[in-house]
Write a protein that binds this ligand. Structure first.
Ligand code: MG
Ligand code: ZN
Length: 384
């Protein structure tokens, strides 16, 4: 009897979690966009690798949710054969499995990248024992560095949440929003406004943020001009829209975050998530993947422009896992046409690329566990 109750409980929990995760995946039915026929191209530049010291003062950490080589190559084809990421000469590969599954989700994947520890799927900033794990963002704060998070999903979604929150489940969005107030983060820009304002406990966290000295803004036209102070940019009620709707939100938000964080003379840690490559993979849409990957690459261009002038900034790019089991069946470097195919609507166990540029970049070459990436960043930025 007791056992049955337990089984029923876990069945319901699984169903609930599946339903909660479907929220951003329900466009799947409408989407069958296997061929990207070419679109807007961007010119790419080469940046000299000349740095002041061997160790970085600042780190910009890109997480491209759902990206592996096919997504990267789709973007390279779509942009007529060249990308900003080709500036990254130090290249590695990371294994992504979680503590309890060969195939990770974005919560365990994000937690591995933020804490350097493997955890169970669904867990945010806590170990398999549900005890909090210190994140790289918290280590940076302890050291007096400025910190920031930028995401094209809700800022409370699994990937950014893994850097700032400690909750047993990724679906605890309101508790995750609450955790933002327990930190000293300088800037965060992403969606998720409703998790701060429409809450079961009736609190309005945007008011509490203001009391803590944050400027709370929802409009990118306003946000992109802010260069100092503490900023909570909540640019969508839930997730930011696709590129047609959100425009240059990601490159602009990344530029804004850098402008704010650079005020701290000790340095900074910034995590930027290109969230929706994962959703393109789930949807089996080459068009969605290509658009999001090109937006990500333009954002890498913004980071490189800054880092090349600054000469003390390490940029690391990786992913939490591959999505879609994507491959490329055809393409044309002249037109940017690329035809993708997908072997699953979920995540796969494929390794993900690790790309690094800047002082300390050589640490990131070779094969590694995803947990090693955080440890390497900590060693370089925090000194432990
Ligand atoms: Mg994500
Ligand atoms: Zn996913």
């Amino acid at each position: 009897m007791k056992q049955r109750t337990i089984i029923l409980f876990f069945t319901l929990l699984t169903l609930f979690q599946a339903a909660a995760q479907e929220e951003y995946l329900n466009k799947k039915a409408e989407v069958n966009e296997k061929i990207y026929t070419g679109g807007i191209f961007h010119e790419v530049k080469s940046f000299p690798e000349k740095f002041r010291k061997k160790k970085p003062k600042n780190v910009i950490f890109f997480i491209v949710d759902g990206m592996s080589l096919p997504h990267l190559h789709a973007a390279m084809t779509a942009n007529k054969g060249s990308l900003y990421v080709e500036n990254f000469k130090k290249i590695g590969f990371a294994k992504t499995h979680s503590a309890n599954n060969y195939i990770t989700d974005s919560a365990a994947g994000g937690t591995a990248l933020s804490t350097g520890e493997k955890t169970n799927n669904g867990a945010i900033g806590v170990g398999p024992d549900k005890k909090p794990l210190k994140t790289i963002l918290e280590e940076a704060e302890d050291k007096g560095l400025a910190t920031g998070l930028v995401s094209t999903s809700a800022i409370t979604h699994a990937t950014p949440a893994s850097f700032i929150a400690h909750q047993p489940s990724r679906n605890m969005y309101e508790e995750i929003a609450d955790d933002f107030l327990k930190t000293d983060i300088d800037v965060f820009i992403g969606g998720g406004y409703k998790h701060f304002t429409q809450r079961k406990d009736g609190r309005d966290l945007t008011e509490e943020l203001k009391q803590k000295g944050y400027r709370v803004e929802q409009d990118m036209d306003v946000i992109q001009h802010i260069t100092s102070g503490k900023l909570a940019g909540l640019t969508a009620k839930d997730h930011n829209g696709r590129i047609k709707e959100r425009g240059d939100m990601l490159p602009l938000a990344t530029n804004t975050a850098i402008n704010i964080l650079i005020n701290n003379r000790k340095g900074f840690f910034l995590m930027v998530e290109a969230s929706q490559i994962d959703w393109g993979g789930h949807a089996g849409s080459t068009i969605y993947v290509a658009e999001e990957m090109l937006d990500f690459d333009r954002t890498v261009g913004v980071a490189l422009e800054f880092a090349a002038k600054n000469k003390q900034t390490l940029i690391v790019i990786t992913s939490d896992h591959e999505t879609g089991g994507m491959t490329i069946l055809n393409g044309d470097y002249k037109t940017g046409m690329v035809q993708g195919e997908f072997t699953t609507g979920g995540h796969t166990g494929l390794m993900v690329p690790v790309l690094a540029w800047g002082p300390g970049a050589e640490e990131f070459s070779g094969f590694m566990e995803n947990t090693e990436i955080k440890k390497k960043i900590s060693k370089l930025l925090i000194g432990k």
